[in-house]
Design a protein around this ligand. Structure first.
Ligand code: GDP
Length: 200
């Protein structure tokens, strides 16, 4: 499947299940904790400065944002999680929305993209999100962002720690990535496209 990620347009923001979108096109769902650089990764992928809003106050928007790619697929931006200062009511809203999303939309998700911070061991919340993706049965690509913040000598060990914590197998993919520098972009695009081919 050829897909021009540079042709991306915002379609809809879903704050509740009635606004979930499905029309049979492939959907790539992006998840990550607040501040991990999810918006920056998305903007890097689509070659835009601000399609997804970078640096918005963490955890403030409990919405699922849908972007159409080249009229042929959707990039689904799931709300960030794990920001300590968010009010309990917001956390509960997030949990309700995500639980419903994964219950109802599991079969609409073509590929899960879990963004973690390459500097750190994945958090409990990352593990929860990872389990939810696994339960859908869709392929999952792990993106280890902020590569530019590591020394070269630290990269392999940190990737290994991510693999171990998420209990990944050899066939599972972890892509070292820097939204800041653009490293890993081509590999991630390729991985997403081949996941569509595998599912069709
Ligand atoms: P989000 O909350 O996950 O959407 O994260 P943002 O995209 O808003 O990024 C959070 C902060 O991390 C911002 O200050 C970004 O500039 C910074 N950031 C994101 N990706 C990278 C990266 O690859 N390298 C570096 N050095 N900073 C990054």
């Amino acid at each position: 499947m050829a897909l021009n990620f540079n042709k991306a347009e915002f379609v809809r923001s879903a704050g509740e299940p009635k606004d979930f979108l499905r029309d049979g096109l492939p959907q790539f769902a992006f998840a990550g904790r607040s501040n991990v650089g999810k918006s920056s990764v998305i903007n890097r992928l689509v070659g835009r400065k601000n399609l997804a809003y970078v640096g918005s106050s963490p955890g403030k928007t409990t919405h699922i944002n849908y972007f159409r790619l080249d009229g042929r697929a959707y990039l689904v931006d799931l709300p960030g999680y794990g920001y300590a200062k968010v009010a309990r009511s917001e956390k509960e809203r997030w949990a309700r929305l995500m639980e419903t999303y994964f219950q109802r939309e599991a079969d609409a998700i073509t590929t899960g993209v879990l963004i973690v911070d390459i500097r750190h061991r994945p958090t409990e919340n990352d593990l929860t999100m990872h389990d939810w993706f696994r339960q859908t049965g869709c392929p999952e690509i792990v993106v280890a962002n902020k590569l530019d913040k590591l020394k070269k000598s630290e990269v392999e060990g940190n990737l290994q720690r991510i693999r171990e914590t998420l209990e990944l197998g050899e066939e599972d993919m972890v892509i070292p990535f820097s939204a800041e520098k653009g490293t890993g972009r081509d590999e991630l695009l390729r991985a997403i496209l081949s996941s569509v081919e595998a599912s069709s």
